[in-house]
Every structure is written in structure tokens, then in C-alpha cells.
Design a protein around this ligand. Structure first.
Ligand code: ZN
Length: 415
């Protein structure tokens, strides 16, 4: 752990009294939040296309560029903003330097010593006519005799990190990281959100682990837990705490337990009940007689769940879980992932990845894994951030650094 981490006692001391009670004296240490990758980030890292590049003496570079601008439609010129339009010969990737240098005596001269030539990106090869480009460039001073035009493979999508831009610069063409991400949530949004929750994630994770262990030891469910938190500036409030209860009132034979009693569904349902309670209070309506449905097991079954359940919702406006944070011991199943999305949750953090059944992460799980047989999941759905689902959620995997004991479950379990 870095030295800058606040000691466990400080982290606990700053929590409100109910949270201190729920921690039951457990040690709390900061872990590490790792933002999940989106399906697009995982799959389209290297969509490669070809561009044409030329070169000109530095003094003629501006003339060549404005000529190309006139020659090509605006969208072609702007289409590859992540590639450096102009690059010095010494900035090209090593393999291109070697390739171009070996072409002719002039090429060798251009790449030796202090060069007064510059390479220029013309545009996507498929959208250009070579003959037309050559004809135009021949009018530029220094290019009359010999127009250099070569095809180079490049990634067509902008890099989403500084590191990736550096890699592309090395392998393809000098690239720029423009601090945006066409394949997922904006990096600035992710880092702001990470900073916001990093300080106390361990607290909510500990609460989720506590109920998971307790409900499991009582035979109610698998060792899985969920904690929902409301945050406003520095102030945080636990809104729901729920363990998995799939085996409560169920015979443990021949089936997978009650799917409606997964920890996530129970927690979301508890939030819904609080909203109904707040609305009844506001409209002075008599309490709805049936707020709880046995199939959902959404009334508290543990003392800790009850302590949270009895607190009022700190901000009972807006849609279901809009703006709330969800902390989970395990990556949720596809059903729960969709429920999280539909409830309009804003952030979700899980500790244990469920490579075969989880619905949030996007990595390919390897279809030949023996445990995939019969496990209806493991498809790398990356449900937390998909354009077609019309809701984006920021999601992280959390590494505790070993201070909370892992909660082992069957790999084929749908959390
Ligand atoms: Zn589930």
C-alpha cells in the first residue's frame, strides 16, 4: 500500500455512526479501482486501414498541405485527427524509417543528419486517387521531379490512453492521444468518478462482504453481498444492504435457487420500498399494505440489513437508483446486470470477477473453458457501457490488496 493511504482507523472514524456499527470493528484499507473495459475497447483496438503519406521539403510543407486541403473534402482531412499530420523523418516508427531509407539515395539523404524534409499524411487510401494526388503535388516546389507517395497501415480509431498512443507511434504512425474515448466513457469522467469513490470503496465493500458471509453461514444464500450508497459531496449514506438469499425457503436440490433473491435484486427492491415509503409520507397516503413480495425476499433477513432498511432514503427524488453507487462482492449475472442498468444506477464496483457468468465485463472468456458447458453466460457482454442500451454506467473491478478474505463461489454460479 502507498504511504499516502489513510490508516484504517482514520477511514473508519470519518464514517457516520451507523456505518461504524455495521463495520463490526473490521479493519478497512484502501484497495485499487480498475475501470472496466467496454466491448468496443476490447474488440476494436486494432481496426486497421491504410493511409497515403507523402513528403516535402520543410519550406514547401505549408504549400503542400493547403493544396491537399483544397484537393480533398473536409471530412477526409479531418477524418484521422489522432494521427500527426506532419512528422519529421526521425519521428517515424523504426520499421518505416528503414523501409523508406533503403529505397533510394535521396531517401537515405533525407533520413540522415539534420533533415529539412517532412512527412505529411495525405488521407485514407481508399478515398483518394493516386494519380490526382501526384498530379497536384507535382506543382509544389521541390516535388516537380519525384512525388513520394506510399501506403501505410494505421489504426482507424483514436487511441484511448497515452500508453496506447505511444504504442501506435511505435508500431504504425506518430499518434496523438486527445484525451477522449470514442469507445467508452470519457477518460476525464472515469478519473473524476474514480477519485470520488476511491477513498471509501473499502468501507462499502466491507459491509457487502459482512452480510454475504452472515447470510451464507445461516444457509440463506451464496456468499454474495451488495451495498447501495448515496453520495453528495463529502456526505455518504448507505441506502440498502442485502445478501444473496436464493436458498431461503427453498429446497437445495436440483435447481439453482430463487433467482429473484439475488443480492442485487434484493438491494434494488429495498431502495424501491424506501421510495414508496417516502412518497406515502409526502402525500400522507396510508402505507401500502403489501410492499414486500415473498418471492423477492426483499424484506430484511439480517439484523444489519434491517438497520439500513429502517433509515429513510436521503434523497427520495428521481428514478429508482439514479445517481446511486452499488458495491458488490462479485460481478453480477446477466439478469442482475440488466436490472442495475434499468434501475439507472450510476456507478458499480465489484470485487470478484465471474469470468463465466458475469454480465458486466467485456473480455472474451474463452469458449472452450470446460466450466462454460451449461453456464449460460461468459459471453463478454460488457453490459455496463453499450450505446444500444441507452444508459451508461461507470464500472470498476476492485482489488482489496488482500485485507478482505476472498469469498469463494462456484465458477458457474450466476451471481
Ligand atoms: Zn444475479
Amino acid at each position: 500500500m502507498p504511504d499516502t493511504d489513510p490508516p484504517s482507523a482514520t477511514l473508519v472514524a470519518t464514517q457516520n455512526p451507523i456505518v461504524k456499527v455495521l463495520l463490526h470493528g473490521h479493519e478497512v484499507k484502501r484497495g485499487v479501482l480498475i475501470p472496466l473495459k467496454t466491448t468496443l475497447e476490447v474488440r476494436d483496438d486494432y481496426t486497421i486501414g491504410r493511409i497515403l503519406v507523402t513528403r516535402a521539403p520543410v519550406k514547401s510543407a505549408n504549400a503542400a498541405i493547403s493544396l491537399l486541403r483544397n484537393l480533398l473534402p473536409e471530412e477526409i482531412v479531418k477524418g484521422l485527427p489522432h494521427l500527426r499530420r506532419c512528422s519529421k523523418p526521425c519521428d517515424l516508427p523504426a520499421h518505416l524509417k528503414t523501409r523508406f531509407m533503403n529505397e533510394s539515395a535521396q531517401s537515405r539523404m533525407i533520413h540522415t543528419g539534420k533533415s529539412n524534409w517532412i512527412y505529411i499524411v495525405v488521407g485514407p487510401e481508399a478515398m483518394l486517387s493516386r494519380d490526382e494526388v501526384i498530379k497536384e503535388l507535382q506543382t509544389v516546389e521541390g516535388l516537380e521531379e519525384d512525388v513520394f507517395l506510399r501506403s501505410v497501415p494505421v489504426p482507424l480509431i483514436a487511441p484511448y490512453s497515452q500508453m496506447q498512443a505511444a504504442m501506435w507511434t511505435q508500431h504504425f504512425w506518430p499518434a496523438l492521444y486527445r484525451k477522449n474515448n470514442p469507445l467508452g466513457p470519457h477518460p476525464a469522467m472515469v478519473s473524476r468518478a474514480t477519485e470520488e469513490i476511491a477513498g471509501d470503496t473499502a468501507v462499502w465493500m466491507t459491509l457487502a462482504h459482512n452480510v454475504a458471509k452472515e447470510a451464507h453461514s445461516l444457509g440463506y444464500g451464496e456468499p454474495v453481498g451488495a451495498c447501495i450508497v448515496h453520495r453528495e459531496g463529502e456526505k455518504t449514506t448507505v441506502v440498502a444492504l442485502a445478501a444473496d438469499a436464493r436458498w431461503k425457503d427453498q429446497a437445495k436440490t436440483g435447481h439453482t435457487g430463487n433467482p429473484m433473491a439475488h443480492a442485487v435484486l434484493r438491494a434494488i427492491s429495498m431502495v424501491a420500498q424506501k421510495l414508496v415509503k417516502a412518497e406515502n409520507k409526502q402525500t400522507q397516503t396510508a402505507p401500502t399494505p403489501i410492499l414486500e413480495f415473498e418471492a423477492f425476499q426483499d424484506s430484511p433477513i439480517l439484523e444489519d440489513e434491517k438497520k439500513v432498511f429502517e433509515l429513510d432514503h436521503p434523497c427520495p427524488d428521481g428514478y429508482l437508483c439514479h445517481g446511486l453507487e452499488l458495491y458488490l462482492t462479485h460481478e453480477p449475472c446477466v439478469m442482475c446486470s440488466m436490472a442495475i442498468l434499468h434501475s439507472r444506477m450510476s456507478k458499480v464496483v465489484f470485487r470478484h470477477r465471474m469470468p463465466l457468468t458475469g454480465g458486466l465485463s467485456a473480455e472474451d472468456r474463452g469458449g472452450d473453458h470446460p466450466a462454460l458447458c451449461g453456464a449460460d453466460g461468459g459471453r463478454g457482454l460488457g453490459l455496463f457501457w453499450r450505446r444500444e442500451l441507452n444508459w451508461s454506467l461507470i464500472a470498476w473491478e476492485w482489488e482489496s490488496g488482500g485485507f478482505i478474505k476472498p469469498l469463494q463461489v462456484d465458477q458457474a454460479l450466476h451471481v
